[in-house]
Write a protein that binds this ligand. Structure first.
Ligand SMILES: Nc1ncnc2c1ncn2[C@@H]1O[C@H](COP(=O)(O)OP(=O)(O)OP(=O)(O)O)[C@@H](O)[C@H]1O
Ligand SMILES: [Mg+2]
Length: 583
């Protein structure tokens, strides 16, 4: 209470001197109590480490604590009455806060609307960012006296927070820029973080939404067991597992292929605190790879076809020229052999006639008795000519010559059969006859090596390229003979059912090693010495059989022999291949 107010109050109350003294004492006591309460309050406020400032309704300082004095390096007394916002708060913070302050004082808004952060200018003129908490000061009647604010200097904390958030953002930016999916999980295999691409693979737009989830909550739940097993194995071993391929289900339900690496996360104390995963989607790469593989397979199939076609062409050119030569020779021999045959026939008759005449003369020999000189002449001539032998030998000579001519004619027929130009076309032929005529062609190759046994079933004719099948038989027969070292048997067996006819060419030769069985139909595969085998025989045979839509199969036992089984359809299949063959 002020000194001037006291006599006035005394006068008003018109107290007795004693009562006046007592009330004076009580009053002073109250004033002392108040002053000490005030000091206590001030000490409390001074003990607070943050700035405490009270403003009146005009925004002027009515109280500021020690932290405030130290901040501004000014005694509180000097600061009382200063306009807080205008004097200490730099723009734009000040100009934002002032209208809000006025609205709060007017009771239009609550103190919560005050900015929670605005800076102050300290004694050195530097701006310090403060975090503010504000409340309303009222008197006993509830009338607003002003605001009380506490402010904490958060400049360093803010800088650190900004630095942390900037480096976090930078890290996330880097992880988002990596052209791969990146994620990391805690030891319980919950996602701790990931990049945006990974979240998008899970169908989740915001990567932060992945945090805390596990694989069983993802679109790839069906792969979760496998993923978790891998994660656990990597964490248990403490060793990375790099570049393995696995599958993943996408949000649209497709399955894609990943190339994944998983790395254990290990802290400075060498403890594993999670697992880091990185993968890229290699579905497209795998598709292209598969496509390339198919293309390569197609190309090598094409290449094989081309090689086969080329070999076949070579062989058929060779066969055609051999055929032409044979046909020419056959034609040339045909005429002389025809007249030798005819002449021998006539000669045989003439000689028989002559011998008859001689016999008639012999029967007249007794009539020459008494003509010793004639008899001696005849006996000398008989002796010189060895007439008895001549009489026996001449018919057999002519017989043998006729047999020889017959055989030459047969060979010529076979040559003509084998090289017949018309056999280049599809026509009905009997494979047993083909075998017979081919056998005759290769008789020389075979006769010193093997006896040929024929078990023919009387198969029906089929429509085929007979001259080409002759080449197949020729190759099989020559191979069979060549496989026999000393002497053996070649068995030709035929058979048929309602769909197929078949021919077996079996030999008792050396057999084929299991390692070679897969390769014998390859062009140029041969086990024969240079100059003896070109390795084309079976590949050519195979392609001819294919052209007939048949099968050429082999069974062989080393040291025992080999059977080639050829089966052909009875009905010709009219496909593009056959049509284009000019049939
Ligand atoms: N009957 C068989 N017995 C044992 N091996 C055989 C028989 N037929 C074929 N082979 C094996 O298959 C290989 C390939 O035969 P293919 O007829 O294609 O060629 P080649 O006989 O070696 O040579 P070319 O027939 O061109 O003169 C032969 O070198 C041989 O090793
Ligand atoms: Mg051969």
């Amino acid at each position: 209470m002020s000194e001037e107010a006291r006599p006035q109050l005394q006068k008003q109350l018109e107290l007795s001197p004693a009562a006046h003294q007592e009330s004076e004492r009580l009053l002073e006591e109250k004033v002392r109590e108040l002053a000490s309460a005030n000091q206590l309050l001030q000490r409390y406020l001074d003990a607070v480490p943050t700035i405490m400032v009270a403003l009146d309704t005009q925004g002027c300082i009515t109280m500021i604590n020690r932290a405030g004095e130290e901040f501004f390096k000014q005694p509180a007394k000097e600061m009382l009455g200063q306009a807080w916002f205008e004097r200490h708060v730099p723009d734009p913070g000040g100009s934002v806060a002032v209208p809000l302050f006025r609205q709060i004082v007017a009771g239009e808004i609550t103190p919560k609307e005050m900015p929670s952060e605005y800076p102050l200018v300290d004694s050195s003129g530097a701006q310090r960012l403060m975090e503010w908490r504000t409340g309303i000061l009222t008197d006993a009647t509830g009338a607003t006296l002003g605001l009380l604010s506490s402010g904490e200097d958060i400049t360093e904390r803010k800088l650190a927070e900004t630095a942390i958030s900037e480096s976090r953002n930078l890290l996330l930016k880097v992880i988002d820029t990596v052209p791969a999916r990146v994620f990391w999980k805690d030891p319980e295999l919950r996602y701790l973080g990931c990049n945006t691409a990974f979240a998008q693979d899970a169908g989740i737009a915001n990567r932060d939404d992945m945090i805390g989830k596990n694989d069983y909550q993802m679109v790839w739940a069906e792969q979760a067991d496998a993923y978790c097993a891998d994660d656990r194995a990597v964490m248990a071993a403490g060793v990375a597992r790099l570049f393995f391929e696995e599958q993943q289900t996408t949000p649209t339900g497709e399955t894609i292929w990943l190339r994944t690496s998983k790395i254990p996360l290990i802290n400075d104390d060498k403890e594993t605190f999670g697992v880091l995963g990185i993968y890229e989607d290699i579905t497209e790469y795998r598709r292209i790879e598969a496509e390339n593989r198919t293309q390569l397979a197609d190309l090598s199939a094409l290449n094989t076809m081309l090689t086969q076609a080329q070999n076949q062409l070579l062989q058929s050119v060779k066969m055609a020229s051999v055929g032409q030569l044979a046909a020419g020779v056959a034609h040339e021999i045909n005429n002389p052999i025809a007249f030798i045959d005819a002449n021998l026939g006539v000669l045989k008759e003439h000689v028989a006639d002559l011998l008859n005449v001689l016999e008639a003369y012999r029967q007249c020999e007794p009539a020459l008795l008494g003509h010793a000189n004639f008899i001696a002449l005849i006996e000398d001539a008989k002796k010189a000519a060895d007439l008895e032998f001549l009489q026996e030998d001449i018919p057999s000579l002519i017989g043998e010559s006729l047999e020889g001519v017959r055989r030459v004619k047969a060979i010529v027929e076979n040559l003509k059969d084998f090289s017949r130009v018309d056999t280049a076309e599809w026509h009905f032929a009997n494979l047993e006859s083909c075998l017979e005529s081919t056998l005759k062609i290769v008789a020389n190759e075979i006769k010193y090596k093997a006896d040929v046994s024929k078990e023919f079933a009387g198969i029906p004719e089929i429509e085929c390229l007979a001259s080409q099948l002759n080449q197949v038989f020729l190759n099989l027969l020559v191979n069979a003979a060549q496989a026999i070292a000393e002497r053996g048997v070649i068995t030709l067996r035929t058979g048929f059912d309602e769909n197929e006819v078949w021919v077996d060419v079996a030999d008792t030769g050396q057999g084929i090693a299991a390692a070679h069985l897969d390769r014998i139909f390859e062009p140029f595969f041969t086990t024969k010495p240079v100059g003896k085998g070109t390795g084309l025989g079976l590949s050519l045979a195979y392609s001819i059989v294919q052209r007939h839509h048949g099968r050429l199969e082999v069974r062989s036992e080393l040291g025992k022999g080999t059977v080639f089984h050829l089966s052909l359809p009875r009905q010709r299949t009219l496909d593009a291949d056959i049509l284009s063959s000019g049939a």
